[in-house]
Design a protein around this ligand. Structure first.
Ligand code: KIV
Length: 272
């Protein structure tokens, strides 16, 4: 029996049930109303309003420049299009790392204005006080370990994380700390598959991977990548389900040609 097919609305409890029943969790990003509506109608479990909006929507090189107000704008737009999936909004860089009160205030602002279901933040031990404080206020928190794009300037590259024993050990400890602090789920990004599987086995909460192998409890991708809207980004973990970049360029090229040749609009496409 499928847990997710039975429910009208995906909640954090539904995700916990899915892990318990060994049912994999599907998660995709969305940043606007129209896309979120389609993704929700197609049966996704979780929609992440990722700070990857900074890259794919705004064209920045990193996720660092996106602001709280910009994330709230995307979050509000997504929530309006969703009736079933759990909506999680990323807390952007610089809105929670300062201190736990700042983190709490940022999380409250996101929840109050967007009406989303949860927030996500990057980091382990360093962010535990903030996670506890946000959870205590009644806001569900999703953790994020492994490759943490908001720390790109600390690491310098987007390569696979936690390959070495010391880093792997810290990641496992951080995952346990996040669970103890009350996170309802965590994302593991770009780590060895064996490590992903180990963390998913050790934790009771769902572990959702992006480049963390098949042994975790669910998978997340950036929608622009899996639909083939982005072309220059081809990591090993990415499966492309469409080549929308080519389709869109083809359609736009046809429109340009039709306008130039006066084929568009024809008689049926205008008013008497
Ligand atoms: O911002 C984002 O899209 C993310 C996913 C890569 C998990 O955090």
């Amino acid at each position: 029996m499928s847990v997710q097919k039975e429910v009208k609305r995906v909640t954090t409890h539904v995700l916990a049930e899915m892990k318990l029943h060994g049912e994999k969790i599907s998660m995709l990003t969305s940043y606007d109303y129209s896309m979120a509506k389609l993704v929700d109608q197609a049966g996704i479990d979780v929609i992440l309003v990722g700070d990857s909006a900074s890259n794919v929507m705004a064209g920045n090189e990193t996720t660092l420049p996106i602001t709280l107000d910009q994330m709230i704008y995307h979050g509000k737009s997504v929530v309006r299009g969703v009736t079933r999936a759990l909506v999680v909004v990323d807390m952007p860089f610089g809105t929670y790392q300062g201190n736990s009160l700042e983190a709490l205030n940022s999380a409250i602002k996101i929840m109050k204005i967007t009406h989303a279901d949860a927030v996500k933040l990057e980091g382990g031990k360093e962010e535990i006080e903030s996670v506890e404080r946000i959870v205590r206020a009644g806001i569900p928190v999703m953790g994020h370990l492994g490759l943490m794009p908001q720390s790109i300037h600390k690491y310098g590259t987007y390569t696979v994380r936690a390959k070495e024993e010391v880093e792997a050990k810290k990641l496992i400890e951080d995952a346990h700390l996040l669970e103890q602090a009350g996170c309802f789920a965590i994302v593991l990004e770009k780590i060895p598959a064996k490590l992903g599987e180990q963390v998913a086995k050790e934790l009771k909460i769902p572990v959702i991977g992006i480049g963390a192998g098949g042994g975790v409890d669910g998978q997340v991708l950036v929608i622009h990548d899996m639909l083939g809207l982005t072309q220059e980004f081809s990591p090993r973990f990415l499966r492309r389900y469409l080549n929308l970049a080519a389709d869109i360029k083809g359609a736009v090229g046809s429109f340009v040609a039709d306008v130039k040749s006066r084929d568009f609009p024809n008689e049926k496409e205008q008013y008497e």
